[in-house]
Design a protein around this ligand. Structure first.
Ligand code: FES
Ligand code: FE2
Length: 417
């Protein structure tokens, strides 16, 4: 089906941004259009941290939307991103998640590519000699330089690597916009990053629900026992919600309070007054000078990534859609090269809040899964995201769904829905 074709059944019938039709999360044709317009055109996608590929020849396989790509550091130290599709007969040739290579070859017919994606070897290109004559081979006008791997545009900043299939995409800095760039640079301020490890999970829900989850400061103090009980994230925390000028990216900025009972815990089922930790090192939080005042900044960069700083735990969370109702979610936990051993242990301990079985994030994965089930069950219905109003603007409190409305204002424009 042509994902650009006008629809006879309009999906979104009002011109608002606060009532999101359930089919926005379930419709296959819309999803194809999202891949084209949000992931493959006009946008930057997160692909890696430079710390994952520190040496010449290091590579990492990852994905942009549903397209498999390889991020490679070449002999000159430059980072290249190429599509993982052989120029010969299309094999997705790279199957390792990461490694080190002098070149790449496709197992099917051994076509060979250098670390920039140039085709450098074609077996039997000039045929074989049999009975004194040459048989077969590629046509005489075959030019290897026309048959390299698809190369993506690449941008790096602060040790983070982004790529785009769209070579006309605006510069990364403009793409993020000055306000979000400020928060980006706060986290990735030029210090070398240290890779600590990964979590990977497949969540049976639409990819946008993950963006929404981190644009939603309403739920953390209600859904998450951990946050509300220990005070890391509650409605009475000091907070700011900031978007870029297109309203597609956001930063949720908050400063932790003291925890314990207060107005915002009364009647909240997830607040467990009696709950204590067996190992209270999980709350061994040490203020780091680069934070400034906020103790947590959660950035949603449309469409592909979340950058997390939640006290001492820092990570990237990469969204890789797989159909309208599933996405893979890859967490990369990191620290900084100048961290001492105690700080590294602390970051790793606090990382237990996150990932598929995290004390906090396990709740989110399940909430997303159950939301998707609700959408599938009642396709004619819609989400109500009207907390704090029906428009989208920056705020200095958390009792609002403004960031979600902002994303849909942008999404409707790009998607022409
Ligand atoms: Fe890759 Fe033939 S498909 S070499
Ligand atoms: Fe959450």
């Amino acid at each position: 089906m042509d994902s650009n074709a006008p629809r006879s059944d309009p999906i979104w019938t009002d011109d608002g941004i606060s009532r999101i039709p359930f089919r926005v999360y379930t419709d296959q044709q819309l999803y194809q259009r999202e891949l084209e317009r949000c992931f493959y055109r006009g946008h930057w996608s997160y692909v890696a941290l430079e710390a994952e590929i520190p040496n010449p020849g290091d590579f990492k396989r990852t994905a942009i939307g549903e397209r498999s790509v390889i991020v490679i550091r070449d002999a000159d130290g430059d980072i290249n991103v190429v599509e993982n599709v052989c120029a010969h007969r299309g094999m997705k040739f790279c199957r390792e998640r990461s490694g080190n290579r002098k070149d790449f070859h496709c197992p099917y017919h051994q076509w060979n590519y250098d670390l920039k994606g140039n085709l450098q070897g074609v077996p039997f290109r000039r045929g074989v000699k049999q009975d004194g004559k040459i048989n077969g081979g590629m046509p005489a006008d075959f030019r290897p330089e026309e048959h390299g791997l698809t190369r993506l545009k690449v941008a790096t900043r602060g040790g983070v690597v982004f790529a785009s299939f769209d070579h006309e995409v605006e510069p990364l800095e403009t793409y993020l916009g000055p306000d979000i760039l400020g928060y980006f640079d706060r986290l990735f301020n030029g210090r070398k990053l240290k890779l600590l490890g990964y979590n990977k999970q497949r969540i049976p829900g639409n990819w946008k629900l993950m963006q929404e989850n981190i644009k939603d400061p309403y739920h953390p103090g209600l859904l998450h026992t951990w946050f509300v009980t220990f005070g890391l994230w509650r409605a009475d925390n000091k907070a700011r919600l900031v978007m870029d000028q297109h309203l597609r990216h956001a930063a949720m900025v908050s400063t932790r309070g003291q925890g314990g009972k207060s107005d915002v815990t009364s009647g909240v089922a997830s607040f467990k007054d009696q709950m204590t930790l067996q190992d209270d090192r999980l709350l061994d939080i040490v203020h780091e000078p680069w934070w400034g005042e906020p103790t947590a900044v959660m950035m949603t960069i449309f469409p592909s990534v979340i950058f997390q700083q939640q006290v001492n735990s820092v990570s990237t969370r990469h969204i890789q859609p797989r159909g309208p109702d599933t996405f893979d979610f890859v967490w990369t936990h990191f620290g900084f090269e100048d961290d001492d051993e105690t700080m590294t242990r602390r970051r790793l301990r606090q990382a237990n809040l996150f990932g598929p079985a995290g004390f906090v994030s396990a709740d989110d994965g399940e909430a997303i899964e159950c939301s998707q089930q609700g959408f599938a069950q009642k396709p004619w219905h819609r989400v109500l995201a009207e907390l704090g109003g029906r428009t989208a603007e920056n705020t200095d409190h958390m009792v609002t769904e403004t960031l979600i409305r902002g994303m849909y204002a942008y999404w409707r424009k790009v998607m022409e829905v």
